[in-house]
Write a protein that binds this ligand. Sequence first.
Ligand code: RB5
Length: 146
Amino acid sequence: MLAIGSDHGGYALKEEIKKYLDSKQIAYEDFGTLTGESCDYPDIANAACQAIVSGRCDRGILICGTGIGISMAANKVKGIRAACCSDYFSAKYTRLHNDANVLCMGGRVVGPGLATELVEVFLHTEFEGGRHQRRIDKITAIEAAQ
Ligand code: RB5
């Protein structure tokens, strides 16, 4: 199960991504926002990320205007590795090397065509492990020491 969410700045792109997920029969839970009215991205990030760290969802896609604020908020949740991406290479390598569990995008930065490609590669690329696992473990240790 995929968690998806956005603030008002990412709402239109979220709805486009949902059409793609529907067309591929990829199951998702929408954590809002459900209208284009102004709202606060930390609330959406927290709701979606709690579902991921609790195990209800496996990965997430979060969208705000730039993708930056919502990724900052997501990365405050223990166990979340959120990557804000606007290019294909980064969306691929954040899975291969960082085992990112949340993809963040800017609804005012990327168009729906590119965003769909980013989602596709993010969902279909597996973590390489090996030396990268050691680095993830160090990130987790920093988090645990807070
Ligand atoms: C909302 O106007 C905007 O600040 C938000 O969507 C996001 O871009 C913040 O990082």
